[in-house]
Design a protein around this ligand. Structure first.
Ligand code: PLP
Length: 400
């Protein structure tokens, strides 16, 4: 019979995908399901980006490219880091991959030896710990709850560092909590890292453009130049430019690390899609003003969702600084009984109830390593959000 390799034996198909598949199946059966589970903007890829891809096809940019990014795209990324983040990377300190997910994968495969530890604050984007485990490293999860603003504190970091620590992974704004680190939030963490030169920092800036209320996004390589030689700054076009299907992610970091990551990539994908790379050049070099409009629209939806959730007895939602998710506490629902007579013991039970009875698909905190919470992705129309929240309110009121 078939037996999977031990390196993937602990890794299941993501809970998010499972809930999504169930919700889609219910929809096909004619149930009016509203899915608030997807991690992608509901906007379309901008026209000038699509046009650049068509031009690339027509002009024959349809072959293998340089291993870890075309010179044009690396230049566009270099300009972006300088212009938007105040960080200067040389072209050979930049790498491009098939999504930020592959960037993370390349980085872990290129650096972890079996048993090396990676510190990951929870709640975290589910792939972080799975990628570390595939690379045979050991995720060290640290709970950062709502009272801490879902942010890692310096004392927690200090305590978690051991001689085996290889990386700390930070994500701001965060999927799933929407929490972001200001310069003041980062400072004490960077000071801890300065004292531990064997620890490297991976920052995932994927949602940098989606921040609210004038929040000032910053990235550690700019804040603390002394850490730049052991920081990998990860970003991509998926969320900012509504390009999740184009599969382009990128990173800036020290030359030796970038080179080692290219070795992994050379035996995995050879290079990212030539057409998607040409489109990404247009996205990074083109007009950026539509980002503000889109963010304003996300902010209206955030406000709608947060206030509707907090109006429900037993739910508690912190106002996120960015991304397009709310991560709401549901401790008040545990121990209650559904109209069908089921007892709600966990956030997974609560989310199953919302899907079955209210036909709203959301993702339990357990998928992100912190319970009892649930994540709503509000990258969907205001009308759908209003309807979904009315249903959630009704379902919550029906619990005894
Ligand atoms: N990082 C975070 C925090 C994310 O939420 C995602 C996608 O959901 C990614 C990285 C991966 O993005 P991609 O592989 O599409 O570039």
């Amino acid at each position: 019979g078939f037996a999977p390799a031990s390196r993937i034996s602990t890794i299941g198909v993501s809970q998010i995908l499972k809930i999504g598949a169930r919700a889609q199946a219910m929809k096909r059966d004619g149930k009016p399901v509203i899915i608030l589970g997807a991690g992608e903007p509901d906007f379309d890829t901008p026209d000038h980006v699509k046009q650049a891809a068509c031009d690339a096809i027509q002009s024959g940019k349809t072959k293998y490219t340089a291993l870890d990014g075309t010179p044009e795209l690396k230049q566009a990324i270099r300009d972006k880091f300088a212009r938007e983040n105040g960080v200067s990377y040389a072209l050979d300190e930049i790498t491009v991959a098939t999504g930020a997910k592959q960037i993370l994968f390349n980085a872990m495969m290129a650096t972890l030896n079996p048993g090396d530890e990676v510190i990951i604050p929870t709640p975290y984007w589910t792939s972080y710990s799975d990628i570390v485990e595939i690379a045979e490293g050991k995720p060290v999860l640290i709970a950062c709850d709502a009272e801490a603003g879902f942010r890692l504190k310096a004392q927690q970091l200090e305590k978690a560092i051991t001689p085996k620590t290889r990386w700390v992974m930070l994500n701001s704004p965060s999927n799933p909590s929407g929490a972001a680190y200001s310069a003041e939030d980062y400072r004490p963490l960077l000071d801890v890292l300065l004292k531990h030169p064997h620890v490297w920092l991976l920052v995932d800036d994927m949602y940098e453009h989606i921040v609210y209320d004038g929040f000032k996004f910053v990235t550690p390589a700019a804040l603390e130049p002394a850490l730049k030689s052991r920081t990998l700054t990860v970003n991509g076009v998926s969320k900012a430019y509504a390009m999740t299907g184009w599969r382009i992610g990128y990173a800036g970091g020290p030359r030796d690390l970038i080179k080692a990551m290219a070795v992994v990539q050379s035996q995995a994908t050879s290079c990212p899609s030539s057409i998607s790379q040409a489109a990404s050049v247009a996205a990074l070099n083109g007009p950026q003003d539509f980002l503000k409009e889109r963010t304003a629209s996300f902010q209206r939806r955030r406000d709608l969702v947060v206030s509707a959730l907090n109006a429900i007895d037993g739910l508690d939602c912190r106002t996120p600084e960015g991304a397009f998710y709310t991560f709401s506490g549901c401790a008040g629902m545990l121990g209650k009984t559904t109209p069908g007579g089921k007892r709600i013991e966990t956030d997974t039970d609560f989310c199953a109830y919302l899907l079955d009875d209210a036909h709203v698909a959301v993702v339990p905190g357990s998928a992100f390593g912190l319970s009892p919470f649930f994540r709503i992705s509000y990258a969907t129309s205001e009308a759908e959000l209003r309807e979904a929240l009315e249903r959630i309110a009704k379902a919550c009121a029906a619990l005894r």
